[in-house]
Design a protein around this ligand. Structure first.
Ligand SMILES: NC(=O)c1ccc[n+]([C@@H]2O[C@H](COP(=O)([O-])OP(=O)(O)OC[C@H]3O[C@@H](n4cnc5c(N)ncnc54)[C@H](OP(=O)(O)O)[C@@H]3O)[C@@H](O)[C@H]2O)c1
Length: 323
């Protein structure tokens, strides 16, 4: 039994992890580090410790007695760099033994993407800290196939307070037509769509990450996935389920590099550029370590949220970039 502190778990992926952990905490004690009081979670018996990441003393105090820190911080490049660097320094001072930074992307971290550049500094700092560490690698969240679903919320979403099926399927991710526009019927591929990508449902990211807390030792990287497939294969699945052919555009690396010059679409194009090299699975997978966890596949996710939905003729839309 250890005390595990979750940082940045009041929203997004972190909230999904916290919900799963709170319901499956085993012998572990859970501490929630947040910049704000979280009265709902206090009422659920979670130990809330409010922190000011600009005050070392505040964070060190909040980490008293903590064995493992799971960082789920997101929001901005500054949050990913500055708050996490502060958290690592404080964790070391407080005697924390294990630290997993907020990664949850492709192998190698994708530090060439501007928004994730600070994650690279954080990774170097955690490696230099002497704390045991790992990088959780899950590829893309499967929620990329959720945006626009008109399906109704299920009991799972209702229990989480979701008002719509889309909100449930997004599981905390902001709606965004990334590569595929599921309603419009288009695929704006990284490269020719032939590189392999891991796709993982965010609730499975939560299950695997919480399971990894019980490992006796952590390798440098811990992979997890629901499906490993190319974008082209994923689009074929969507076409079968939706019963229509998608309009598909391939984008060469040079075209994506040029697209990075458009500030409003820089992140979109930088991530797609990274995906042209594949976000494939690596050596140590939590899927192999925890065969009892049966993650959602792309096929079952797309069937759940798009089977039987009536859709019109595919048409290109001007998708908004995501900053
Ligand atoms: N692979 C994928 O497809 C994918 C997609 C999206 C995100 N991600 C990754 O998942 C991780 C979490 O991202 P997310 O989108 O879930 O994050 P998010 O919802 O934007 O933020 C999560 C939490 O971060 C904390 N936070 C925000 N600004 C902060 C700041 N300035 N300093 C300290 N904490 C701050 C907040 O917690 P408090 O207010 O409680 O402090 C917030 O609830 C990131 O590493 C992100 O890159 C991966």
């Amino acid at each position: 039994m250890v005390t595990v502190a979750l940082a940045g778990a009041s929203g997004g992926l972190g909230l999904t992890v916290l919900r799963h952990f709170a319901a499956n905490r085993g012998d572990h004690n859970i501490v929630l580090l947040s910049r704000f009081p979280q009265t709902y979670w206090t009422a659920q018996g979670i130990d809330i410790r409010t922190v000011d990441y600009t005050s070392r003393a505040s964070v060190v105090q909040a980490l008293k007695g903590v064995h493992t820190v799971l960082s789920l911080i997101g929001g901005s490049a500054e949050a990913l760099r500055d708050s996490q660097l502060a958290l690592i320094a404080a964790a070391k001072e407080a005697g924390v033994q294990r630290f997993a930074p907020s990664e949850f992307a492709g192998s190698g971290g994708g530090y060439e993407i501007d928004l994730y550049a600070g994650k690279g500094e954080v990774w170097d700092a955690v490696k230099a800290s002497g704390m045991e560490h790992t990088r959780f690698v899950c590829g893309l969240f499967m929620s990329v196939f959720a945006t626009g679903t008109p399906k109704a919320v299920t009991s799972t979403g209702e229990a989480e307070g979701a008002k719509t099926g889309e909100e449930e399927a997004l599981a905390g991710l902001r709606p965004w037509n990334f590569v595929v526009n599921m309603s419009a019927g288009t695929a704006d591929l990284p490269g020719d769509g032939s590189a392999k990508v891991m796709f993982t449902d965010m609730r499975d990211v939560a299950r695997f990450t919480v399971a990894a807390l019980d490992l006796e030792s952590w390798p440098e990287e811990l992979y997890m996935y629901g499906s490993v497939m190319t974008w082209s294969e994923a689009v074929t699945i969507v076409e079968r389920v939706q019963g229509r052919k998608f309009l598909v555009k391939e984008n060469s690396a040079d075209e994506l590099k040029a697209g990075c010059e458009d500030a409003g679409k820089r992140f979109y194009n930088q991530v797609r550029l990274s995906l042209t090299n594949g976000w494939d699975v690596g050596e140590h997978s939590l899927n192999s370590m925890f065969p009892g966890i049966k993650p959602v596949t792309v096929e079952s996710f797309v069937e759940k949220w798009w089977d039987g939905v009536e859709l019109g003729e595919p048409r290109w839309e001007d998708d908004k970039g995501f900053m």
